[in-house]
Design a protein. Structure first.
Length: 461
């Protein structure tokens, strides 16, 4: 080969390699574009309404997660597009009331398709063993059977002295602050009480948080850990590589060990979150607060009189707790499931396997089709008021439904009734100016905590 032929041959080889690379890249781009266009406009999920940008890309969903705007963005989409919305290329958000809860989380007959837990949401356990929250069906059933005895009616009645001891300590701490004229963060007082109760029930002793009226360091880590976990979940949604990085590197580091207590925090969130929001709305609605105060102070004369069974029969107390939960569900977002092999029918339309589905609590409870004046505080809707006769009260499912509903539901109700009744029986509360906009919060799976500043004065004898 001459000295002229060699460079020409090399140039032709480079051109062939370049042409191959360009061809491969173009073919990949065309394939991706074609399949995306098909999925957005002609695929099975194209039958469900929603913004086209969400159908094209996960970026809007990721931004909603990491910005903490789930409580704003998703309800707005449901208001615009209806009870079932396509919020991602392979994701549906549902807010169709009781029917949606049954479809996604309810019991199944033999042979019926059953959505499974979304591993992108629940993640991998650090020690390789799932808690009762993240376990598969068999593991969950086994663990739930063991734990269920602790939440039976008999067991809960036996825990009455324990509950009253800690709530009584909270009352004493509040009395000290009321007499001293000290501003009180009711969020912290509720949190400290419920954490001490959970500690005593779980470990046989409290965490001494009420005594110090301050969070322990590891509890502070839990609060930050949930927000971090939500941020990393957003990263995982980008693609398979980022999902691997988060699961295999970040979540296995020492920094992520705070996730070990996440399930513990979820269980107590249902109690103190509802109480915080209920307290806030009561203070913003003097008529409701007056009605509740009259009911409780007429039925009970002292803390010793507070009986769990009698508290459960106080109708207005139950109404304000239910309305507080509707306005401010402890878990405002959805608990995602994945459509199983073979797909399933939702709202009369076929949904393919691998699609992520979930009922968005806050969106469900703010739909005018379920609740009249859905964005307003109206406890009377739970008391048979004719104005709200068309409300779908069965759309409220804060403890979920089906085989994985909240195991501690009855305990939570006892705690909430006892805590709120204790506060109303013994104190007159006033919302302080710095907490007037307390309800303007972000959501990182759970609501981001903000102090609820109140002034307290001892109730007149």
């Amino acid at each position: 080969m001459s000295h002229i032929e060699r460079p020409i041959s090399g140039l032709l080889g480079s051109l062939d390699l370049y042409t191959a690379a360009v061809t491969f890249t173009a073919a990949t781009a065309i394939y991706y574009l074609g399949t995306t266009i098909y999925d957005v406009y002609f695929g099975p999920l194209s039958k469900f309404p929603g913004p086209k940008i969400n159908a094209w890309s996960r970026i809007p969903s990721i931004l909603t997660l990491v910005r903490g705007d789930d409580n704003v963005d998703i309800p707005r989409l449901h208001q615009q597009y209806g009870p079932i919305v396509r919020i991602g290329p392979d994701s549906l958000s549902m807010a169709d009331g009781a029917e949606s809860f049954k479809q996604v989380y309810g019991f199944r007959k033999a042979g019926q398709p059953k959505p499974v837990k979304d591993t992108k949401f629940y993640g991998k356990p650090l020690n390789g063993v799932h808690s009762v929250i993240g376990a598969d069906d068999a593991g969950h059933s086994r663990q739930r059977k063991i734990l269920s005895n602790a939440f039976s009616d008999k067991a809960l009645k036996e825990q009455t002295p324990l509950l009253k001891r800690w709530v009584g300590l909270m009352k004493n701490k509040l009395e000290e602050r009321a007499i001293a004229g000290t501003e009180t963060d009711m969020l912290k007082m509720y949190n400290c009480t419920t954490f001490d109760i959970m500690g005593d029930l779980t470990f046989g002793e409290g965490l001494n948080m009420l005594e110090d009226s301050e969070y322990s360091p590891w509890v502070k880590a839990i609060f930050g850990g949930i927000k971090n976990a939500t941020f990393f979940r957003g990263i995982k949604l980008i693609n398979a590589l980022t999902s691997f990085v988060v699961e295999e590197i970040i979540f296995k580091s020492e920094v992520a060990r705070e996730k070990q207590f996440e399930h513990w925090n979820y269980s107590k969130e249902r109690v103190d979150r509802r109480l915080q929001r209920t307290t806030f709305y009561l203070l913003r609605n003097p008529e409701s607060l007056g009605a509740l105060t009259k009911e409780i102070r007429s039925a009970f004369q002292s803390f010793d009189d507070l009986d769990l069974e009698v508290l459960a029969r106080q109708k207005y107390l139950m109404a304000v707790l239910q309305e507080g939960l509707r306005m401010y569900p402890p878990v405002p977002t959805n608990l995602p499931r994945v459509v199983p092999e073979g797909g399933m029918i939702i709202d009369g339309k076929f949904v393919p396997e691998g699609t992520t589905i979930g009922v968005h609590h806050l969106s469900t409870y703010r739909m005018e089709s379920h609740f009249k004046n859905a964005s307003e505080w109206h406890p009377e809707r739970w008391l048979g008021d004719p104005e709200y006769k068309d409300d779908h009260l069965d759309a409220l499912e804060p403890f979920s439904v089906g085989p994985r509903n909240c195991l501690g539901k009855n305990l939570a109700w006892h705690e909430m009734r006892l805590l709120l009744a204790t506060v109303v029986l013994h104190f007159d509360l006033k919302l302080l100016p710095q907490s007037e906009k307390w309800n303007e919060q972000h959501v990182y799976t759970l609501w981001e905590k903000k102090p609820l500043w109140c002034s307290l004065t001892p109730a007149a004898a």
